[in-house]
Design a protein around this ligand. Structure first.
Ligand SMILES: NC(=O)c1ccc[n+]([C@@H]2O[C@H](COP(=O)([O-])OP(=O)(O)OC[C@H]3O[C@@H](n4cnc5c(N)ncnc54)[C@H](O)[C@@H]3O)[C@@H](O)[C@H]2O)c1
Length: 289
């Protein structure tokens, strides 16, 4: 299988590269292929003729995006459209990654979001990611869109940050040795290696095209997630819950990010529990802090 990976230096891309290492890979980041340039994308896909494009490129700085709509839209909305057009012209499949932020997060907490539920993004990031999904759906048929959330892997992420904090390598640990973490946002932490595995199995098993929710299994809060990280690592550091209100950010965070994974499970993809995934991540040697 000839696979073109865009945004190949990003956190998810690193996991995808590893999982697909036995395939014929074409690796590009913005320097080699800027996905916002339709002509460049069409020429590149036409001359390389991949069987599948895995789009790992995105504008992922959620807070910064609030002041940067134009660039966020170019990368998150125009980019996927350009890839869809080129993929369609060359009869190539497209795998694209989206986010829980396409939903507003105001669903009652006892409910989970299904793929087709109404969208109500409340941030620039969420709006532009939703536009990216729609642009793919309008331009081609052979696509897989995976909505993921709370991603961690080989790159800056929540797990590394909280570990550095507890080990005193970051300066915002309180003097009394406790950390405060938001306890009223719910979602599923997702190990990038597991998402890469879902992508691999999806292509191997040729499951039906469409949109899938693709996180690890089970739900938690950032507060409980932090406690689990410290428990696995044997770190003694008190974790104190705070509310979202006490911790304001430029971009609104969804309260309910619970994505229902039944569709992906029914398609035959195994979805590991988030605690199991976290353990494997913390045991792996890519945990480079
Ligand atoms: N990180 C998360 O918590 C999270 C949560 C939900 C969804 N996602 C989605 O998962 C995907 C992967 O996220 P990530 O955290 O690995 O991202 P990342 O920020 O680590 O990597 C993004 C990559 O895209 C590249 N890029 C930016 N603009 C480009 C352009 N114009 N052309 C080509 N490449 C360009 C960057 O150089 C970078 O290497 C994204 O679609 C993101 O929206 C991430």
């Amino acid at each position: 299988m000839k696979v073109l990976i865009t945004g190949a230096n990003g956190m998810l891309a690193k996991a995808v590269r590893e999982r697909f290492e036995e395939e014929e890979l074409i690796l590009t980041d913005v320097e080699e292929l800027d996905i916002t340039n339709l002509e460049a994308v069409e020429t590149f896909v036409e001359s390389n003729k991949p069987d599948v494009i895995i789009n790992c490129a995105a504008y992922t700085a959620v807070d910064k995006a609030e002041e940067d709509l134009e660039l966020a839209r170019k990368i998150n909305a125009d980019g996927p459209r350009n890839l869809a057009i080129a993929a369609k012209e060359n009869d190539c499949k497209l795998v694209h990654i989206s986010t829980d932020y396409v939903f507003g997060g105001s669903l009652p907490l006892e409910e989970t979001y299904k793929e087709e539920d109404p969208k109500a993004p409340e941030t620039v990031y969420g709006v532009t990611k939703l536009e990216g999904e729609e642009n793919i759906e309008e331009n081609m048929e052979k696509y897989y869109i995976f909505r993921t959330a709370w991603l961690y892997g080989d790159g800056n992420n929540f797990v590394r940050t909280m570990t550095k904090v507890a080990l005193g390598k970051k300066d915002f640990l309180q003097e009394e040795r406790f950390v405060t973490v938001v306890a009223d946002q719910y979602g599923s932490p997702t190990y990038a290696a597991d998402l890469a595995q879902y992508i691999y199995e999806t292509l191997e098993k040729e499951i039906p095209y469409g949109i899938y929710h693709a996180t690890n299994d089970g739900f938690t809060t950032w507060y409980e997630f932090t406690k689990e990280i410290y428990k696995i690592l044997g770190i003694e550091c008190e974790v104190r819950p705070v509310t979202t209100e006490e911790f304001p950010r430029p971009a609104k965070r969804p309260t309910n990010s619970k994505l229902c994974k039944e569709k992906l499970k029914k398609a035959g993809i195994n979805i590991p529990k988030w605690q199991d995934a976290l353990k494997r991540y913390l045991e792996s040697d890519i945990f480079g802090i």
